[in-house]
Design a protein around this ligand. Sequence first.
Ligand code: EPU
Length: 347
Amino acid sequence: MRDMQIHKNTSLKALNTFGVDGNAKYYCEIHTMEDIADLLDWKATNKAGENSPHLLVGGGSNLLFKNDYDGLVTKICLAGRDIADEDENHVYVTAAGGENWHDFVRWTVRQKYAGLENLSLIPGTVGAAPIQNIGAYGVELADSFYSLQAVDLGTGEVFEYQKSACKFTYRESIFKSQMLDKLLITSVTFALTKESKQPIWKTDYAGVREVLGGKELTAELISDVIIALRQSKLPDPEVIGNAGSFFKNPVLSLAEWQVLKADNSEVPGWEQANGDMKTSAAWLIDQCGFKGYKKGDAGVSEKHALVLVNYANATGADLWAVAQEIMASVKERFGVSLEAEPRVISC
Ligand code: EPU
């Protein structure tokens, strides 16, 4: 007898921060490791389980449902956090995959553990964070990631992934490519620096530097400043449906960058370790006049050109149509191809 329930026909609205509606043919929640065993059992022994596409969701803050989901949606609700280990300079903190990311970050900064403060207020869960190697204000998750534990959804085997195995790059990892939908991330461990051991703070970002100048730095203070900055620059998904940045910042070869820069002297660019240039998707979109754009209920935030928003009752298809319009416009004007950052789900 399984404890975990598989529900039929569940609304998607509360499962994504865009707040788009739609129907999940099947839906279940994972609260315990036993629930994972039940899930694997249902998948293996039930015809619908064997044949259905399967999508794992955390906070639903990095996906766009283009329409109904004709399969099983599983929400990861695993909870708990723990200090796994400690050495002279570091604490190794483990959090369960379903923990809210921001609540976890605030807990670490209050304990005076440094490393995650710049990643404050990013929506989503701990287990989803490594998948796209979340990043903000000069810091990426990979910088303080130590390891994670995941269950293979095919075999039920439990694996430990050390940092090098995760293949973290800008907003990418092995969990978003090769291992996509194959693993359920149950917990993540971070190596955080004790505040008393002189952590390397990353405060050299416009809007952070100016506010902190001259003050004695703590993880909690930096977190407070990042929260205020995000609140001023980005729309709150609790108030207006969105999934943060909808496009990745494009990385151009030096030759492509030089062509772009020759015609657009103001375009921002950041040199990458391999000599490529990352440019600003927000700037390109803004120049095409899309900031504050509205087409029905779908559009672009008035606060930030990179954030697609659901002004009221937009469908996933409405939002995707706006995204395509933006991509076509940026391609035509600047010759640059934009790539969606959230997962666009069509099933
Ligand atoms: N800009 C515009 N118009 C706008 C907004 C920005 O032209 O409406 C230009 C400005 O010139 C600015 C530049 O874009 O200098 C960069 O803007 P910002 O500092 O806001 O950063 P971003 O590159 O747009 C990235 C991340 C954000 C993260 C911020 C801060 C990506 C795809 N996005 O945005 O992450 O919070 O940096 O570090 O890398 C997210 O992933 O969901 C997210 C919000």
